[in-house]
Design a protein around this ligand. Structure first.
Ligand code: ATP
Length: 269
């Protein structure tokens, strides 16, 4: 043991630090998800496999050996959502999270959301940022229209054939409507949120998109990003939070605005 410590090189320490960081990030990522239960299940199978070998339970040992032989494929299939999320997050940097969107475009979105909230019209508006949303765009109807509050409202009116699903805003234009988004599997989401909010959370867990949800039930407007949902009770604070996230700034100002949004969320929770 002492010898091992004595011959420890600087590179070995770096190696240990990197692996510890990766394990820590994986734990943060899967905390509170079904992945934890699955990992416990796999750990149990490994323990049973060793016990079966020790007590010479040949058939059980062979069966588990065959199963564990293809564990890598099993893990990739079981954790495909988590792996996709982890890789997407790895590819993100604070610097390409902002997309230049005109102030008047943000005004239009906030105006539409406020109008719809007052009239109990449910809506799901996605603003694309660094991560491309092609997979989700393809599930809806392509519009490529100018971003106007009136058009957003018209899309989400219950009588509209396009009101189901989400609208995706791409580079300041209404790119498509009726888009199907991935539902979040997070078991810790507040039970009062239904599929509209879960779809917003699901997309924000997998991508860096910002989603605005208008609840037809509670008339609440929420801003969803990075798997977190923040309700807003007045137009002004919603507009400034959206502006802080969408307007390109220096990295430090950006971090500060995220921190503020996070604090606000923690306070509201
Ligand atoms: N996977 C999805 N992708 C996009 N939109 C979805 C998805 N699932 C549901 N929706 C939208 O959410 C609507 C249903 O919302 P639901 O009432 O279940 O959710 P909610 O979070 O309780 O919202 P609200 O507070 O407005 O009632 C559907 O009509 C559809 O427009």
């Amino acid at each position: 043991m002492l010898d091992a410590i004595r011959f420890l090189r600087l590179l070995d320490i770096l190696d240990i630090l990197i692996v510890s960081f990766i394990i820590y990030r994986i734990m943060l990522l899967i905390r509170g998800t079904r992945a934890v239960q699955m990992l416990v299940g796999i750990a149990l199978i490994i323990i049973i496999y060793f016990l079966a070998g020790k007590f010479e339970l040949q058939t059980l040992h062979w069966l588990l050996k065959t199963f564990l032989g293809s564990i890598l494929v099993v893990l990739v299939i079981l954790f495909q959502t988590d792996i996709r999320r982890a890789l997407t997050q790895m590819g993100k940097t604070p610097f390409h999270k902002t997309v230049d969107m005109a102030e008047k475009d943000l005004d239009e979105i906030v105006r539409a959301a406020t109008y719809m909230a007052r009239r109990r019209i449910g809506a799901l508006i996605v603003i694309e940022r660094g991560t491309g949303l092609r997979d989700y765009v393809d599930t809806g109807h392509r519009l490529d229209a100018r971003l106007r509050a009136e058009l957003l409202v018209a899309i989400f009116l219950p009588a509209s054939p396009m009101h189901d699903g989400g609208v995706i805003i791409h580079k300041g234009r209404i790119h498509s409507s009726g888009c199907l988004l991935p539902l979040s599997q997070n078991p810790r989401i507040d039970k009062r949120y239904g599929t509209r909010h879960r779809a917003a959370l699901g997309l924000s867990e997998e991508t860096d998109a910002i989603v605005i949800v208008v609840s037809e039930e509670t008339q609440e407007i929420s801003l969803v990003q990075q798997g977190r949902i923040t309700p807003f009770h007045d137009e002004k604070t919603l507009r400034s939070a959206l502006g802080a996230l969408m307007t390109p700034r220096s990295a430090s100002t950006l971090w500060a605005s995220w921190l503020n949004l996070w604090k606000r969320h923690a306070h509201d929770a």
